[in-house]
Ligand binder design. Structure first.
Ligand SMILES: Cc1cc2nc3c(=O)[nH]c(=O)nc-3n(C[C@H](O)[C@H](O)[C@H](O)COP(=O)(O)OP(=O)(O)OC[C@H]3O[C@@H](n4cnc5c(N)ncnc54)[C@H](O)[C@@H]3O)c2cc1C
Length: 329
């Protein structure tokens, strides 16, 4: 049995580890009126309509005929929540750094992947509200006029041969086949942070090192089963922990375990500048340059593309399997 000596001097309801998009989505959702309710899209629209207009509605009691105006419940923090983030006390700092380093102009994900718990079309609504439609990029060859009749017929023919490979795309979901720009997504996150008041005193820069679940004696002298979250700055006691650490383990590349970086090589998550200054110096001197990218995922393809765009003479791509997806830049 332990005695709580939390560095905040309190037992928290929730601690979220990680201030990336996932941590933000959870923190915002906890401020909703019904954080654990799962609605269908149709129910969600109805529920929000009722909530929006509830202040203009009144309930009349059948017996005494008294009229009661409905109060609109306020959004805001209901649970004592703390956010621990290793890389800073700002929201989505790692996301911003990676997208800037890799010079990504548009996300790969479509518009319905976002952090707004209140509206499935929240990012789309924000885009229209801010007149930022120009910042959306169409996902090519998905739906719409870009598929020629010739290609449609060809697809239909190949579907007959392989009946199980059919990809059903509903043209009514056309609005979903766009991706947001690198600036639009964080702006929308910022809007969520403001809407739910998720700024002041919420994020602490601490690196979580261990979690334990055990009986702890609380202030009233009784035992309570709590999580003990150990960080580089101390301990926190909490009833619920959410791990939103992203690729939480330290990045490791085979052969580079001893040192995170050696000259000319590092894991993609450790890239601080691209191309590396030594490569850039050769490019500037118009000398031939070779960059080798190891990995079979989308990030490796992104780095190849970036290398070529920056003037590297040849980018070599090494992967252990066959190319699985269609890459388009
Ligand atoms: C080039 C590139 C392109 C991408 N494109 C897309 C895309 O189009 N769409 C998409 O959905 N995703 C994309 N991703 C992935 C994207 O980064 C993740 O989807 C997104 O950041 C995941 O959010 P997250 O909150 O889970 O994790 P992260 O954004 O990684 O945030 C995790 C946070 O947890 C913190 N943390 C980790 N461990 C600890 C610890 N022990 N203690 C305290 N804090 C800790 C980190 O400091 C970090 O701030 C891309 C990634 C890259 C690199």
């Amino acid at each position: 049995m332990e005695n709580p000596t939390d560095i905040c001097g309190t037992v928290h309801d929730v601690i979220i580890i990680g201030a990336g998009p996932c941590g933000l989505a959870v923190a915002a959702r906890l401020c909703e009126h019904t954080p654990s309710a799962i609605f269908t899209d149709k129910e969600h629209r109805r529920y929000h309509w009722i909530r929006k207009h509830s202040s203009q509605m009144a309930i009349k009691h059948k017996k005494d005929r008294s009229v009661m105006m409905l109060q609109q419940p306020r959004l805001g923090r209901k649970y004592s929540t703390l956010l621990l983030n290793a890389t800073g006390d700002q929201w989505i700092a790692r996301w911003n750094r990676l997208f800037k380093t890799f010079e990504i102009t548009h996300l790969r994900s479509p518009m319905f992947i976002h952090v707004d718990p209140g509206d499935r079309d929240g990012l789309l609504a924000y885009t229209h509200d801010q007149d930022k439609e120009r910042e959306l990029e169409k996902i090519r060859e998905c739906v719409g006029k870009e598929i020629s009749n010739h290609r449609k017929k060809k697809r239909a023919r190949s579907r007959k041969q392989q009946p199980h490979c059919e990809v059903v795309i509903d043209e009514r979901d056309r609005k979903d086949y766009f991706t947001p720009s690198r600036t639009l997504f964080p702006e929308h996150c910022e809007c969520i942070v403001n809407r739910y008041g998720l700024r002041r005193g919420l994020i602490r820069q601490e690196n979580m090192q261990d979690i334990k679940y055990s009986d702890i004696e609380n202030a009233s002298g009784t035992d309570e089963r709590l999580f003990t979250v150990k960080t580089n700055k101390g301990r926190h006691y909490v009833r619920t922990v959410v791990l939103a650490v992203g690729p939480g383990n330290p990045p490791a590349a085979p052969g580079l375990e001893a040192a995170p970086r050696i000259e000319g090589a590092c894991h993609s998550m450790r890239i601080q500048r691209f191309p590396d200054p030594s490569v850039q110096a050769k490019i500037d001197a118009k000398r031939p340059t070779n960059v080798m990218v190891v990995g079979g995922g989308l990030i490796s393809a992104q780095i190849d593309d970036l290398a070529i765009k920056h003037g590297v003479t040849k980018a070599w791509h090494i992967m252990r399997g066959l190319l699985k997806g269609i890459l388009s830049f």
